[in-house]
Design a protein around this ligand. Structure first.
Ligand SMILES: [Zn+2]
Length: 444
C-alpha cells in the first residue's frame, strides 16, 4: 500500500473535487481511498509514503489523438517557398516519413515519445500510427515500448490507399491482429481499434474491405474533415459529404473517434450526435497546418462528446489546453468564450472517451480507478480553491512542471528522475536511426 500526499489535490471527482492538503492511497494498480492527507496518514500508518512536497496532485492526463512518430519530424524545414497546401504538407511531411519508416524506427520514436509523455504527465495515449516502410508488427512494437515506459495506450494503424493495395491490406491485417491479440490479454493497459486515414485516401472498395475485416465492436479512430480538401474531394468523387460517406460504410458509432471535424456542417453534426460518435479537437495542429477552427461550441451544444488531442504536436496536453482556449477566444472575438468548455474537453470528456474503451475509470482519482497520478511543481501566488483550480492550470501550469508520474500504481518518474530509463541512451539511439531515416527520405 502506498500513500501519495502532502500537496493540493485535484481529484476530478465531482463528489469531492479538491483538498487543500490531500492524499491518495493506492494498492497495486488501483486507488483505494482519497481524502485529507492527515486523516489518511493516521488511517494507513503502514503505507509507503510518496511526498508531493507541496505540489499539485491530479489524475494523469489523457491524450485522445496523437501521432507519436512525428517526433522524428522535428527539425524538418517546411518554410521553403512556395506556400504549401494541406495536401503538399502531408505528401512532403508525414506521408514521406511514414513511407520510409521501419520497425526499428517505430520503436525508437515511440520510446522517445513515451518518455516525453511521462515527463509531461500524460499517462494515456490514443495513438494513430503509420509506418508504411514496414507495416507488419508495428503496433506490437509500439505496445512493447508503451509497456516498457508504462504508458497506457489505445493503438491503431492508419489504413490508406496511398501506398497501394498490398500495403493497405497489410495495414488492415496489422489492426485486426493487434486488436485480437490484446483482447486475449486481461490487461487494461493496452488495446486496439481499427485505424483509418482521412476518407479522401480510401476508395469504396477499401472501406468495404475494412468494414468486413473489422473485429466485432472494436471501434474506429480516423481523421474526419480536417481540411476543406476532405469535403470538396468527397463531394466531387462521391456526391456526398465525408460524414455521410463514412456513415454509409457503418463506420460511425459510439466507439468511433473522429479526429478534427473542422469542416462539418449542421447535418453532419447531427450524424455525430445521433450516433454518439466521439470528436477530438487538436488546436495546435489545426493552427499549425492552417486548416481552420472547428465549430466546437455548436458540437458541444448538440451534446457531442468532444475531447482534446495533440495530433503529433508534442506531449504537453496543458499546452494544447491553453492553445484551445486562445484559438476559440480569438476566433469568436470573445475574451470570455470557452471558459468552461475547454476544461470539459481535457478533464471531463477525455476521461469519458477513455471509458468507452478501457475497463476501469481513468482521468479521475476515486476508489476503484486506475492509479494514474501526477504531481506538478506549482505553488500558487493567489488563493487556490475548488472553484478556480482550472484557472490556475490555464494561467500557471505546463506539462514540464510535472515532477512525479505514477501509472497503474508504478512510479515512472519521481522528483523529475525517470525510473528504469536511460533517456540519454534512448535519445542517442533514436538520433542515429532518424538520421539514417532522413537519408532514405532524401533518396525518394
Ligand atoms: Zn491526426
Amino acid at each position: 500500500m502506498r500513500l501519495l500526499g502532502n500537496g493540493r489535490l485535484i481529484t476530478r471527482d465531482s463528489g469531492a473535487p479538491y483538498f487543500e492538503n490531500g492524499g491518495v492511497v493506492m494498492e497495486g494498480d488501483s486507488i483505494v481511498e482519497v481524502g485529507e492527507y492527515a486523516a489518511l496518514l493516521e488511517k494507513y500508518p503502514q503505507a509507503e509514503l510518496i511526498d508531493a512536497r507541496g505540489g499539485v496532485i491530479m489524475p494523469g492526463l489523457i491524450n485522445t489523438h496523437d501521432h507519436l512518430r512525428s517526433i522524428f519530424s522535428r527539425g524538418a524545414d517546411i518554410a521553403a517557398p512556395p506556400k504549401k497546401t494541406f495536401l503538399q504538407l502531408l505528401e512532403e511531411g508525414s506521408w514521406a516519413l511514414d513511407r520510409k519508416m521501419k520497425r526499428a524506427d517505430v520503436s525508437a520514436a515511440a520510446d522517445c515519445a513515451f518518455i516525453e509523455c511521462v515527463e509531461n504527465g500524460v499517462t494515456t495515449v490514443f495513438e494513430h500510427h503509420a509506418s508504411y516502410g514496414e507495416v507488419p508488427g508495428s503496433l506490437f512494437a509500439i505496445e512493447e515500448s508503451a509497456a516498457r515506459h508504462g504508458v497506457r495506450v489505445c493503438l491503431c494503424y492508419d489504413i490508406s490507399d496511398r501506398e497501394g493495395e498490398r500495403k493497405m491490406k497489410q495495414a488492415v491485417k496489422e489492426n485486426v491482429e493487434y486488436i485480437e491479440h490484446m483482447r486475449q490479454t486481461q490487461d487494461d493497459r493496452a488495446l486496439g481499434v481499427m485505424g483509418l486515414n482521412a476518407q479522401f485516401t480510401l476508395s469504396d472498395a477499401t472501406l468495404d474491405y475494412c468494414a468486413s475485416k473489422a473485429p466485432q465492436g472494436a471501434g474506429w479512430h480516423l481523421h474526419v474533415a480536417e481540411a476543406a480538401l476532405d469535403v470538396t474531394d468527397c463531394l466531387n468523387k462521391h456526391g456526398i459529404r465525408p460524414l455521410f460517406r463514412l456513415y454509409d460504410f457503418g463506420i460511425i458509432g459510439n466507439k468511433t473517434i473522429c479526429s478534427h471535424c473542422t469542416h462539418v456542417n449542421e447535418r453532419e453534426m447531427d450524424v455525430l450526435k445521433n450516433n454518439d460518435a466521439l470528436v477530438i479537437h487538436n488546436p495546435e495542429s489545426s493552427m499549425s497546418r492552417a486548416t481552420g477552427c472547428p465549430p466546437l461550441l455548436k458540437l458541444l451544444e448538440r451534446g457531442v462528446v468532444v475531447g482534446l488531442g495533440s495530433d503529433g504536436c508534442g506531449a504537453d496536453m496543458l499546452r494544447a489546453f491553453k492553445t484551445a482556449s486562445l484559438l476559440h477566444k480569438h476566433e469568436l472575438s470573445d475574451a470570455t468564450a470557452v471558459w468552461n468548455e475547454i476544461p470539459t474537453l481535457l478533464f471531463e470528456n477525455n476521461a469519458k472517451i477513455a471509458s468507452r474503451f478501457f475497463k476501469r475509470p481513468l482521468g479521475v482519482l476515486k476508489p476503484g480507478a486506475h492509479a494514474d497520478l501526477i504531481v506538478l511543481d506549482y505553488t500558487p501566488v493567489t488563493p487556490m480553491t475548488a472553484d478556480n483550480f482550472n484557472s490556475h492550470i490555464l494561467f500557471g501550469m505546463n506539462g514540464a512542471m510535472t515532477r512525479t508520474t505514477i501509472i497503474g500504481g508504478e512510479t515512472r518518474m519521481l522528483d523529475r528522475e525517470l525510473i528504469g530509463v536511460d533517456k540519454q541512451q534512448e535519445y542517442a539511439h533514436a538520433a542515429e536511426l532518424s538520421a539514417e531515416l532522413w537519408r532514405r527520405m532524401k533518396k525518394k
